[in-house]
Design a protein around this ligand. Structure first.
Ligand code: PMP
Ligand code: GLN
Length: 384
């Protein structure tokens, strides 16, 4: 019998991260593709998880997450961005930012609703909108600084547009939006009465002293924004899949209506460990940032010895590089050849664009890797 699938998955491709990860393993390639650290997260956070397990904290957590984690996230937001969120009514712990995005988008999007996003987009943003029956529309961030044309915002919005999705710091470009860009985006969102889903999983990875601004903190934005982040990025443990969504009570109730039927609750010992981690955030961040900034600088400098031209990122752990024009090769062919023949995995960013062709001229590299991995990767890239 040929199974009949739901229409909503008809156009769903396999994620580029799975495809490239598989090729990297098959060809024993140096993996600068999928975004995760190839070194372990802090042992002192793991100890807290062991302690929680050993003391019997192994049954279901509350649907919205354990109080101490929600409370410590609320305190971190207040300390870093000077905005108060009620841990009981405005914060939900989710199975990674991935689930927070899914639950939020599923809770808000009706079939036929338009959802605007900047491209290159994070692939889950587009996929979740399509799964909900929504229609994604795009504003392109253009090289070299990945800025947008404000007229593009007005040309893309329609009376069907309900939501704008932003991602800051930005995957895959490493762009950090400027305050003046944010002022334009906030004014636009308010003018068109849009909800804003703000994916801020790299909020603590900004470099050269740049300060992260949550868009919820701009005037008029608090009650129309769902802020999403991830302890996987902040504490270097992506495999624990503990994320969160922050929003006003009305929007939080909506997100939780989906969350309760998606995962219901997130793993308990991990939440206890992350609650402890957040209580130590201030002491942890300087070294964390310095480590990733040194990795960015290493990759940026050493790429000059290769044919690829890097765009220096202000945040996240990704860097875009231009494929040399003389190679006459597009990103998918180039990244396939790199992983199969030269033994280095990268991500072809054209899969993050739907409107513009710009992605075809670049590759995305991840620098959340040991220095030796980065150096091995650069040696391989030199052969191109
Ligand atoms: N949003 C962005 C922009 C990401 O890069 C990622 C993953 N790296 C996620 C969301 C998913 O986060 P999580 O692993 O917590 O599900
Ligand atoms: N966010 C990670 C990246 O951009 C991948 C996460 C995933 O594989 N879903 O590489």
């Amino acid at each position: 019998m040929k199974p009949k699938f739901a229409d909503r998955i008809a156009s769903m491709p396999t994620s580029v991260f799975s495809t490239m990860g598989k090729l990297a393993l098959e060809h024993k390639a140096v993996n600068l593709g999928q975004g995760f650290p190839d070194f372990d997260g802090p042992g002192w956070i793991q100890e807290e998880a062991f302690k929680a397990m050993k003391s019997g904290l192994n049954q279901y957590a509350p649907m919205n997450g354990i109080f101490t984690l929600r409370n410590n996230i609320s305190n971190a937001f207040l300390n870093n961005y000077n905005m108060q969120w009620n841990p009981d009514t405005e914060i939900t712990i989710t199975a990674g930012a991935t689930e927070a995005l899914y639950s939020t988008i599923t809770a808000l999007v009706n079939p036929g609703d338009e959802v605007m996003m900047f491209e290159p987009y994070y692939d889950a943003h587009q996929a979740d909108v399509i799964l909900a029956g929504g229609i994604p529309t795009y504003v392109t961030l253009r090289k070299p600084d990945f800025s947008f044309d404000p007229e593009d915002l007005e040309e893309t919005v329609s009376n069907k547009t309900k939501i704008l999705i932003i991602n800051n710091p930005h995957n895959p470009t490493g762009k950090v939006y400027t305050r003046s860009e944010f002022d334009q985006i906030a004014t636009f969102a308010i003018k068109h009465n849009l909800l804003v889903i703000s994916d801020e999983v790299y909020e603590f990875l900004t470099f050269d002293g740049i300060k992260h601004i949550p868009i919820a903190t701009l005037p008029g934005m608090r009650d129309r924004t769902i802020t999403i982040s991830s302890t996987g990025k902040t504490f270097g443990m992506t495999g624990w899949k503990i994320g969160y969504a922050i929003a006003c009570p009305e929007l939080t109730v909506a997100v939780q209506k989906v969350h309760q039927w998606t995962t219901f609750a997130v793993n308990t010992p991990g939440q206890h460990a992350m609650a402890y981690a957040f209580s130590k955030l201030d002491g942890y961040l300087p070294d964390f940032r310095a480590l990733y900034q040194s990795k960015r600088d290493l990759l940026f400098e050493r790429l000059k010895e290769t044919a690829f031209t890097p765009h220096k990122p202000d945040g996240s752990y990704f860097m875009m590089v231009d494929i040399p024009e003389s190679a006459g090769e597009e990103d998918i062919d180039c990244s396939t050849r790199l992983v199969k023949d030269l033994g280095v995995a990268t991500i072809p960013p054209s899969v993050f664009y739907s409107k513009s062709d710009e992605g075809k001229s670049m590759l995305r590299l991840c620098f959340a890797k040991k220095d030796e991995t980065l150096l091995q990767g650069i040696e391989k890239l030199k052969a191109y």
